[in-house]
Ligand binder design. Structure first.
Ligand code: ADP
Ligand code: MG
Length: 620
């Protein structure tokens, strides 16, 4: 508490902070609050999700506004409705001892007249999503011509979502003389562009390193064949009976398919994506918060509003297209001081991306194996034993006990345990008995195929020229005018460096460096013999061919990509059912295989199963 006081906050805010139970300021709060209180300045603040950014701008804004005036003085723009509501509630909680404070949330999907009415009463602070805000300004329902403080929260997310034009339009209605505070978890080019455009010599604050993941999160990857993705997902869930997770897919379609398939297989799963109506999304989020859903399958865009603190696992069912997105995904876990695990299910053709992500987050991934069926059985049995141990006895069953006791009278405790576990696990064991190993051998097995299209270069600039891998990558990208993932495996040594591009760019690279000088020094570039594979990664070709052969053997010919699709139901053993599937619930439920008689594509394109909540399993 004294720590908050030392930042310069007023008594009424300190009281609210005490009520909230915050004891010490987080790093971003400690860095930003004193500066924002003291000076009228623009600020760019980079910090991971879950580091307390809302309070970092919320407290200074509350302290600076004039609550006696009805004029709108502060505007906070945030990417999603969920975040908008969350920030509104936080600000209201921080300002609980400020009589007359009026904070209004402005977002799409709710009555515009209600919001306009609330604003007319006089809101000192408006928290808004860009789309609705622009709309209301356009209709003359909101006047921001006198704002003094403007926050762009989750700026990277807003830009990702295509709000650049809306933001520009909104800010054109605000006065030039104001302080703009930009908060973001990552700093892609687009964010620096916006900072340059709207801000004047902003103070920069960085918590941790740019784009670096939280320390609370460990990162694991699982190398599987693309067609085994779904089975791998199920096993990861089965091996973690108390999982409470967000599963990320690349597209709405995959999200929907994977969720439906999980529900069908008896998991507590649901989909969250942009094709759901707002009320469907609200229902899903409510069930997720209440933990009736253990696996929330989501697109990146839809997951932006997720502010649930105890998520145990983030599962990257597929890697995102934009590498930076990985930071956002993994930031959904390890929040508020808790630890979390970010898992990536990766196929060989993408494993290179793991390396790129490691460089970005500056943390190593642990290469893990998908647990075998028997390992999972063991975990589950142990889990059941513990659940039994921890179960509170329900005395409503007392009346039935004499009869039950009579039926079971002849058995010893040992026999009863055996029987209980057999009831629960016979199906389970049968399901996993002949399950195959889903792991692909060869750690980080960069295939020949992949390397043949990639060129590695040697260049005589390095650390001593003040480059690190990130700045060299940026430098090359600007110089060559290439996209952000076109330069990879950037390895900076003291006086030289290596990097790769696809071979298609080789001419461009060699051309530009032909007669290139940096600070007057001639820069040499050569094509390197080394392909960028490091030791131990090249156990290679044989294994791959073996897999290929197997693949042909046990599935229809439908090309590699098909296996990436979540809803793809092969006719192989493991997908035919799930031990979770219970037709009657409780011990020893049904035996019918989950997918019997189903055609491959049914269940994935049905229009009205846009799924909210899954079946409930017994609560642990
Ligand atoms: P961000 O915007 O950086 O993702 P939030 O502002 O949403 O993070 O804060 C994440 C969580 O941490 C919230 O539940 C918030 O109430 C809590 N929190 C923020 N600051 C503190 C603090 N100083 N001490 C304890 N909890 C805090
Ligand atoms: Mg936030």
């Amino acid at each position: 508490m004294t720590a908050f006081k030392a930042l310069g906050l007023e008594e009424h805010l300190l009281k609210a902070i005490a009520d909230l139970g915050f004891e010490t300021p987080s790093e971003v709060q400690a860095k930003a609050i004193p500066i924002l209180l003291e000076r009228e300045t623009d600020m760019v603040s980079l910090a991971q999700t879950g580091t307390g950014k809302t309070a970092a701008f919320g407290f200074p804004m509350l302290q600076k506004i004039d609550v006696k005036s009805r004029t709108t003085q502060g505007l906070i723009l945030s990417p999603t409705r969920e975040l908008c509501l969350q920030i509104t509630n936080e600000i209201i909680a921080y300002g609980k001892y400020m009589p007359g404070l009026n904070v209004t949330a402005v977002y799409g999907g709710a009555s515009i007249t209600d919001q306009a009415r609330q604003i007319k009463k006089g809101s000192q602070i408006i928290v808004a999503t860009p789309g609705r805000m622009k709309d209301m300004i356009g209709r003359g329902l909101i006047d921001i011509s006198k704002i003094e403080y403007c926050v762009l929260d989750e700026a990277d997310e807003m830009l990702n979502m295509g709000f650049y034009e809306d933001i520009t339009e909104i800010l054109s209605h605000s006065p030039k003389e104001k302080s703009t505070w930009l908060f973001s978890a990552t700093m892609p080019k687009e964010v620096s562009t916006i900072a340059k455009k709207f801000m004047h010599t902003p103070v920069e604050i960085t918590v941790g390193t740019k784009n670096v993941g939280s320390d609370q999160v460990s990162h694991e990857y699982y190398l599987v064949n693309a067609r085994d993705r779904y089975d791998a997902l199920k096993r990861l869930s089965d091996a973690n009976p108390n999982i409470f997770s967000v599963v990320f897919c690349r597209t709405k379609r995959d999200t929907q398919k994977v969720a439906e398939q999980l529900i069908e297989d008896g998991y507590n799963a649901a989909a969250l994506h942009g094709d759901l109506s707002q009320s469907q999304r609200d229902t899903v989020m409510k069930s997720f918060r209440a933990r009736q859903i253990q696996m929330l399958v989501a697109t990146d865009v839809a997951a932006r509003g997720i502010d649930v603190d105890d998520i145990t696992h983030v599962i990257n069912y597929q890697l995102p297209d934009e590498i930076e997105t990985y930071t956002h995904r993994s930031g959904r876990t390890g929040r508020a001081g808790k630890t979390g695990i970010s898992m990536v299910i990766v196929s060989k053709s993408e494993v290179r991306k793991i390396y790129t992500i490691e460089k970005m987050i500056q943390k190593k991934f642990i290469a893990k194996e998908i647990p075998s069926g028997m390992e999972i059985c063991e975990v589950q049995m142990f889990h059941l034993a513990n659940s039994i141990k921890d179960t509170k006895i329900n005395h409503e069953i007392d009346a039935y006990l004499p009869n039950i006791n009579e039926v079971l009278a002849d058995f010893s405790k040992e026999e009863l345990i055996q029987k209980v576990f057999s009831v629960e696990f016979t199906r389970f064991l049968n399901y996993y008995k002949n399950s195959k190993d889903l792991n692909v051998t060869g750690e980080r097995n960069f295939s020949e195929e992949e390397n043949k299209d990639s060129t590695r270069y040697f260049v005589n600039i390095g650390n001593k020229d003040d480059f690190d891998w990130m700045s060299l990558k940026d430098f090359l990208r600007d110089l060559l005018q290439l996209g952000k993932d076109d330069i990879y495996k950037v390895d900076v040594k003291d006086s030289f460096s290596f990097f790769n591009t696809d071979t298609t760019h080789q001419e461009l690279v060699m051309g530009i460096f032909k007669d290139f000088k940096l600070d007057g020094r001639q820069i040499n570039i050569e094509i390197s013999k080394d392909t960028g594979r490091s030791k131990g990664r090249s156990s290679g070709g044989g294994g791959r061919d073996r897999d290929r052969g197997k693949r042909r053997g046990d599935r229809n010919d439908r090309g590699d990509r098909g296996g990436d699709r979540g809803g793809d139901r092969g006719d192989r053993g493991e997908r035919k059912g799930s031990f979770k599937k219970r037709s009657s619930g409780g011990f020893g439920g049904g035996d019918k295989p989950a997918f019997k008689g189903k055609s491959r594509s049914s269940g994935t394109d049905r229009p009205d199963t846009k799924g909210t909540g899954g079946r409930r399993r017994r609560k642990d």
